[in-house]
Design a protein around this ligand. Structure first.
Ligand code: IPE
Ligand code: IPE
Ligand code: MG
Length: 247
């Protein structure tokens, strides 16, 4: 499919999985896979910006990933910090807005500071929004949203019966973003692993066995081609959609 025939998703969300297995295949430590994974991120960010994707959400570290061996966790934190150091200026020069969603308070003070600085530097940029989910869990996000509403109820500012889906949505960490149109998971696993649970109610899912360090623009094109061929009905019938497009 040529770029003109592709339907470009406004928001692509990716679970970048398979770094460990990629390294293992090469008889290298898992960490080398994570390093190669950062390289793959660079390529995909560039391609998304070029295609005019509005938001790219990447799952970098889940709230469950703390369960990994301590050594791997600390190497991942170091890598995150390095990547911010090396990439933020480049992202800024390319008009990319970087935001990190997740429970930032779980990170070291210096990493929190880096995250804040990256956010401040790039927040007025008008190009691609690069949304990195770090110490993120879909259940955590829904819980913290509902907690904010519960506090409003406790203060007498909101009646419980007035709580709506829209309000829950507006207190999620992704409130300002459109919902993901296309979800991609590399590495062969077919599950959501507590990623954007609420937000992906109507997202199109695409799974590939390709390991994340090998996911390049050709692979992204394949995912977008698959997305371009789908009919998104949102509960309606195919005929209704045809009638609407004829009108
Ligand atoms: C994904 O790759 C990266 C993170 C979770 C940080 P994995 O590390 O899960 O790689 P596999 O699944 O073990 O191959
Ligand atoms: C999901 O990958 C989280 C990230 C990619 C950051 P995992 O490899 O941790 O997922 P599970 O636990 O195998 O489902
Ligand atoms: Mg994995």
């Amino acid at each position: 499919m040529s770029d003109q025939n592709r339907k470009i998703p406004k928001h692509i969300a990716i679970i970048m999985d398979g770094n460990g297995r990629w390294a293992k295949q090469r008889l290298q430590p898992r960490f080398m896979g994570h390093r190669a994974g950062v390289k793959a991120v660079e390529g995909i960010v560039k391609r998304c910006a070029q295609l005019g994707v509005e938001v790219l959400s990447l799952f970098a570290f889940s709230s469950e990933n703390w369960r990994r061996p301590g050594k791997e966790v600390s190497l991942l934190m170091e890598l995150f910090s390095h990547a911010l150091n090396n990439q933020v200026k480049k992202l800024h020069d390319n008009n990319i807005k970087l935001q990190i969603v997740g429970d930032i308070s779980g990170f070291s003070a210096s990493l929190q500071k880096q995250i804040k600085q990256a956010h401040e530097l790039t927040q007025h940029n008008t190009g691609l929004i690069l949304n990195i989910a770090a110490n993120y869990g879909g259940r955590w996000d829904i819980t913290q949203s509902v907690r904010q509403l519960a506090e409003q109820v406790a203060r007498g500012e909101l009646a419980a019966e007035d709580i709506s889906e829209e309000m829950i949505n507006n207190h999620l960490t992704t409130a300002a973003l459109p919902e993901p149109d296309l979800f991609i998971r590399t590495g062969g696993e077919q599950r959501v692993s507590n990623f954007l649970l609420w937000q992906m109610a109507y997202t199109e899912f695409y799974f590939t066995d390709v390991l994340w360090p090998e996911f390049d623009s050709g692979q992204l094109n394949k995912a977008i081609d698959s997305f371009s061929c789908r009919e998104r009905r949102f509960g309606r019938t195919s005929e209704q959609l045809q009638d609407d497009s004829d009108a």
